[in-house]
Design a protein. Sequence first.
Length: 107
Amino acid sequence: MAFTFTDENAEEIINSGKPVVIDFWATWCGPCVRMAPTIDELASEYDGQVVIGKYNVEEESDLSTSYRITSLPTILFFKDGKKTDIRLTGSQTKATINEAIQKLLAL
């Protein structure tokens, strides 16, 4: 199951030193809802290696504002407490997200 990021816990998790993947989503976003099972699967597959979770932009706003999230879904990738250049926007396949996670781990 994917981790739930909030404005209260996001910075702490990002700064934990572990690789982090955040899926910015909303309940009204069809592609976001369709990708949810994939995000959950990847969170299970990478458990202990990468923190993979979701950030609901309807319930939270600070993180999405600070990273200028303007379209959903958007997935950001962090390593060593810093945002990387890896960014996925729009509906993605499991293979595409997995490939991005592999790039993150290789950094």
